[in-house]
Write a protein that binds this ligand. Structure first.
Ligand code: ADP
Length: 466
């Protein structure tokens, strides 16, 4: 059986009632004990005063009997006094006097060592019938004889008072707790009502209406803060959904173009009889499109794995110059076709610690762009510069068309192409720079761009040495 109430407001009210009950019981017990100790102290105090009165009333008869003078009895106080429990013992513990009220019962048993010597000894005890009494003893010398006077008050009225208080609290406490519980429940319900509204609103938010937001009643309180944080999360989700949507539509678009090309080339080829050389041409163009598709799918896979955080970098020492030369050499044929000049400069022995596969990919994407977008006869310079003890710079500069300032912040976005027609014609889907940026940043580095339209572009990779 589940005892925990489902609603927070019920749990809060119950906690409140439990806390209040504990406090009230503690306060009640504290007050009663204090009261009891004080009243008992007062009883002892009265006994002390009354012992002094008794001392003045005691006398020995000529035949040696100890009595209390009764010519004093018409004074109310003295009558009261001798109506307390009074007992007087001799030096040997022998009973010399016991008043009527004791009805033959002993008041406190045999004297203990030091009882009533040098002051008053208060203590609580019971008479033989169980009556609780507060006894005060004192040694008194009368006619040269040492007497131990004991005087007691009943503690029963005190205990009765306590009992009455307890019974009263049995009625009052539950009533107070019930009232407090109901008030607490109403308060908790009211304080938590914005959460219910938020939950209702949140329930209605689906991918189709991610623009909806939770109501923020009071910006400064905790619930306002919760709604604000939730709304910020929704905004991030909405952005992520938006990116995903446009990514999916971009991907479909990019896949459709080469497929359409393959299809149309195939259809044209099938329409008429051709020579062997013509068929070779057709298959060649189809393969070119297939290559384009393969590299696009490779890029998409890299992006998908990077996004899901499934890529693990396998770091090892990398000789930078070697990597730069190897990456650039892949584009030798293209450079030759466009009569581009390549200059590689920098320190031969610069090493960094990283994943050679992804860093080479980043470098290749940037160098490939420089080759693709440079005009015939251009110059591409790759420099390795030690920026500081901790960082290394690799600069890839071309004197191509440059990138307009308004496009510069977006060239690292997925599927972004400055000139759509020019990009596709040269085979790019607008993914190269975004993959390069991801790879560099995964190594703790940065990829930045400086470019001036008509003068060329400079891509700068900064990587930590270790
Ligand atoms: P793509 O595969 O289209 O080259 P990238 O992400 O590599 O995609 O580059 C994004 C866009 O940035 C390119 O379409 C191109 O318009 C522009 N760009 C990149 N590098 C250069 C460069 N060196 N010179 C001029 N434009 C460039």
């Amino acid at each position: 059986m589940r005892l925990r109430p489902r609603h927070l407001r019920t749990r809060l009210a119950l906690w409140y009632v439990a806390g209040l009950a504990a406090l009230l019981i503690l306060a009640w017990a504290g007050t009663c004990s204090l009261l009891f100790w004080q009243l008992r102290g007062q009883l002892s105090q009265f006994s002390v005063q009354e012992i002094e009165t008794v001392e003045g009333l005691l006398y020995f008869t000529p035949n040696g009997r100890l009595l209390v003078r009764d010519d004093y009895h018409n004074h109310r106080e003295s009558r009261d006094v001798i109506e307390r429990y009074v007992e007087v013992l001799g030096p040997a513990g022998d009973l010399l006097y016991r008043n009527q009220r004791l009805q033959g019962r002993m008041l406190g048993g045999p004297a203990f060592a030091g009882e009533g010597v040098g002051g008053y000894s208060p203590r609580s005890t019971r008479l033989s019938d169980g009556t609780r009494v507060r006894v005060v003893s004192r040694v008194h010398v009368l006619d040269g004889r040492r007497l131990l006077i004991r005087l007691a008050h009943s503690e029963e009225p005190l205990f009765e008072r306590l009992r009455d208080l307890f019974v009263a609290s049995l009625v009052v406490l539950p009533a107070v707790l019930l009232g407090a519980g109901l008030a607490g429940y109403a308060l908790a319900r009211r304080a938590l009502s914005p959460i219910e509204r938020m939950a209702q609103q949140a329930r209605e938010i689906t991918p189709a209406n991610l623009h909806a937001r939770l109501p923020v009643d009071d910006n400064d309180d905790e619930l306002g803060e919760l709604a604000r944080v939730f709304n910020q999360t929704l905004a991030r989700l909405e952005r992520a959904f938006e990116q995903l949507r446009s990514f999916t539509s971009d991907v479909s678009h990019e896949l459709r173009t080469p497929l359409a090309m393959i299809r149309s080339v195939g259809e044209v080829g099938l329409q008429k009889e051709g020579s062997r050389a013509e068929y070779r041409d057709i298959v060649g163009s189809m393969l070119e499109e297939v290559n384009r598709l393969t590299s696009l799918i490779d890029s998409l896979l890299t992006i998908a794995r990077a996004d899901s955080g499934h890529i693990q970098l396998h770091r090892a020492p990398i000789a930078l110059m070697e990597m730069v030369r190897a990456s650039a050499s892949l584009f030798e044929v293209l450079m030759e076709e466009k009569s581009l000049r390549l200059q590689i400069t920098g320190e031969e022995h610069t090493h960094i610690h990283g994943d050679a596969l992804f860093l080479r990919q980043a470098l290749m994407n940037i160098v490939h762009n420089a080759v693709k977008y440079s005009a015939d006869g251009g110059v591409i310079a790759i420099r390795i510069l030690p920026a500081s003890d901790a960082r290394v710079l690799i600069e890839i500069e071309d004197n191509g068309p440059g990138i307009p300032p308004e496009d510069q912040p977006r060239v690292f976005d997925r599927f972004y192409r400055v000139d759509k027609a020019r990009g596709r014609e040269s085979g790019g889907a607008g993914l190269g720079l975004s993959i390069a940026k991801w790879a560099v940043e995964a190594h703790g580095g940065t990829l930045t761009l400086e470019s001036e339209i008509g003068h060329g572009s400079l891509f700068r990779i900064a990587l930590p040495r270790v």
